[in-house]
Design a protein around this ligand. Sequence first.
Ligand code: FDA
Length: 398
Amino acid sequence: MTDTGARDADVAVIGGGAAGLMCAHVAGARGLRVRVIERANKVGKKILMSGGGRCNFTNTGTTPANFLSANPHFCKSALARYTPWQFLELVERHGIAWHEKELGQLFCDESSKQIVRMLLDECAHAGVRIDTQCEIGRVAVGDDGRFRLATSHGDLVAAKLVVASGGLSIPSMGASGFGYELSHQFGHALLPTRAGLVPLTLSGKHQQRLADLSGVSLPVEATCNGQGFRNAMLITHRGVSGPAILQISSYWQPGDTLQLDLLPDADVPALLARWQAERPAAELKTLLGEVLPRRFAQRLCEVWLPNRPMQQYAPAQLRGIAALLQAWPLVASGTEGYRTAEVTLGGVATDEVSSSTFESRRVPGLHFVGEVLDVTGWLGGYNFQWAWASGHAAGMAV
Ligand code: FDA
């Protein structure tokens, strides 16, 4: 894999992840001499660990509304020009069996290794050279407008430079802030970065009230800052996780309170009225234990709700109970951070990058693709679709 031969290329791609490998093989297939520089010991590590080892490689329902960015329009062009169906066509051409899990999420039947193998085969076919375990030092633009990269494998000169170095999440997998530093060096603005799609932590009494329920899971609708997600929540020994929480974490900022509808599929006022009419002697905690995990229902009635036989509640009290069950406030103290986050929010500001070619408006020949940009998808295959789409667009444009 490692090649230390001629150090001259038409295109240098920094980062052999999803976006970089897509960009590299598309540019290579156009006849360009492409070299990928990867600091880790192998490419595509996040692809390998994704989707529980089966890679949720796209989402058939992808729309621009599934992405967070200071400029929500930026992602539109690339997503329209390279769709989930085009990536699926590539997957099928390589004989990779796949299945839809839920909500348009497509996974490999066997292993995410197949997606990395597919990208490497495409790169090999297109003559792309890949340097792994290669550290980049100084990057400069020469008088001829070409990029000069000092690397641990020697100097490299390239007409075009594609920054595909990803975000900060999972540093143990090779993540680095290199792309951000490089964009800053070339005068690009950076939007503040923070962990996204990440478990939330609780502290003090908020943590103590739930800590012994670690492992309890229930369907909720989690809402914060005008955005809501209906899916499972999992109580952990440090706080809360599960798909509903990971999704809403990208919309949560320190100081915000989350609201959780604990019975998202029920008409809660009608349910309480029915219990009062039909089972007046039964206690609230017993009845809630029939529709919620029992230990969680008990804890609700110990801490947040007055527990009595249903016949003893006045109408206003029942309204209060319904309101709490539909908007249970959860005060998170923070997130588990980049150590476990699936993505990094923020990054290279999109206003000085072309949404069609992904070329910098400041430095001709410099491109940014994938997660390093201020575009972040929801959980469910959207982030890979962004990597494929932006990588494809840049691969066609360099
Ligand atoms: P990516 O991180 O893939 O690649 C960047 C590459 O650049 C890495 O190989 C890195 O080593 C390299 N690099 C960094 N600094 C460098 C430097 N200085 N020099 C050279 N190389 C450097 N998304 C999804 O859609 N479906 C899913 O199932 C999952 N699952 C998932 C699980 C887990 C545990 C994580 C952490 C993330 C996911 N994701 C996901 C998110 C997805 O993995 C992510 O959004 C994409 O990989 C981003 O693609 P990029 O190519 O931009 O970065």
